[in-house]
Design a protein around this ligand. Structure first.
Ligand code: TXA
Ligand code: MG
Length: 351
């Protein structure tokens, strides 16, 4: 059934409190509201309302064993949803909240299992975006939200892509600024003795270790064969994928450029629309229908910030074959390569 979705432009420099209050009321009534955060846009419902969480899965077309993140707007609210919060978790919260970090805890019984995908644990994040904070507070303080995309598509980094996916499916869209980071939060499981990264993100392993010492990484994340299921249920699904076929080409940079250009020539002859994810350094070297630069090849922030937006643009332009250069996978590059590999269904060509 198609719903009438209210699309409300919102200025983060001058937040319209009437709109925020209406959005908060919508959540309290059991409705769904998409909202900006510093990572990607979220699709929010009342975290304590099992029916709202059910509606989120339906709107996204998301499998219901894939848990949602509970968003809070005050550290003091953490123990309303989580229990056995360790001193290490407190240190991380103090250092990185509000911000792009999600932590997993044992859940309080009041959090419905619909919200946590049937698990006894709960993921919690306190975003730093001003609109997000105001909205969560107006909604009563506990907003369950996945990224605001149709399941399987790249997470939306701007209001336009939220409208593309969610118009007609939810009550309201808070259409604000483009996401500052552009990549989802780092997820850390705090229930194990040594905390474990389940999804790499803007907060890197090194940044976490500086605060709490040793942190493990879920080994399945960068494993091309993917034989074992990752610990974050959502990481097992085909994800972030553009409509076109994406291949990552890895090798020495001149060899990569030559190889991609030869594939582009084949595509041209076959009448296939093709595109390239290049860098500022290599963008002029390709003869493709569509070429986007992911930024300066030495700046991982650039690449992280642009990746999802670029994947969506290829869809807008109906590109059928996409070739991407490979990026270094240290620091923030771990998150970039994790998303890119998933978007490509692990289709990697090693030269
Ligand atoms: O930056 C973000 O985290 C964005 C914004 C909107 O906050 N949200 C986001 O949510 O990316 P979503 O639903 O697209 O991704 C949440 C991930 C999924 O992979 C899910 O499986 C995992 O978090 N997750 C949630 N609760 C979990 C839990 N209790 N145990 C393990 N993984 C969990
Ligand atoms: Mg998502």
């Amino acid at each position: 059934m198609k719903m009438d979705t209210q699309i409300c432009k919102i200025d983060s420099q001058n937040i319209d409190t009437t709109i925020i209050a209406a959005a908060g009321e919508t959540i309290k009534r059991g409705g769904l509201v998409a909202f900006p955060t510093e990572t990607v846009y979220g699709l929010g419902g009342d975290a304590f309302n099992a029916e709202s969480s059910g509606k989120i899965y339906a709107a996204k077309g998301r499998p219901s064993d894939n848990p949602l993140i509970v968003h809070i707007s005050n550290i003091k609210d953490l123990d309303r949803v989580a229990k056995n919060i360790s001193p290490m978790a407190e240190k991380l919260a103090e250092r990185f909240w509000p911000g792009p970090l999600t932590m997993i805890f044992e859940k309080q019984p009041e959090v419905p299992k619909t919200t946590t995908g049937g698990l006894d644990t709960v993921a919690v994040r306190f975003p730093s975006d001003e609109v997000a904070k105001a909205f969560i507070e107006a909604a009563g303080g506990f907003v369950a939200a996945p990224s605001a995309n149709i399941s399987g598509k790249p997470s939306p980094t701007n209001g336009k892509y939220v409208v593309q996916d969610m118009d007609g499916r939810i009550d309201m869209i808070l259409y604000g600024d483009d996401a500052r980071i552009g990549l989802e939060s780092t997820i850390v499981d705090m229930t194990s003795a040594v905390p474990m990264i389940l999804r790499p993100g803007y907060i890197t392993k090194e940044m976490l270790e500086e605060v709490i010492g040793e942190v493990e990484v879920d080994k399945t994340l960068l494993d091309a064969d993917c034989k074992t299921a990752p610990k974050a249920p959502g990481m097992k699904y085909r994800h972030y994928a553009p409509e076109g076929q994406l291949a990552i080409v890895e090798g020495e940079s001149e060899a990569v450029i030559t190889y991609i250009n030869s594939r582009l020539a084949e595509d041209r002859n076959a009448g296939v629309k093709s595109g390239v994810i290049a860098t500022d350094q290599s963008i002029g070297r390709y003869e493709a229908d569509v070429v986007y630069s992911a930024g300066d090849s030495n700046c991982r922030e650039d690449v992280a910030h642009r990746l999802f937006t670029i994947l969506r643009r290829f869809d807008d332009e109906k590109v059928q074959h996409i070739y991407s250069e490979s990026f270094d996978d240290d620091g923030l590059g771990t998150a970039v390569m994790n998303r890119l590999l998933k978007a490509a269904g692990h289709n990697i060509i090693k030269l």
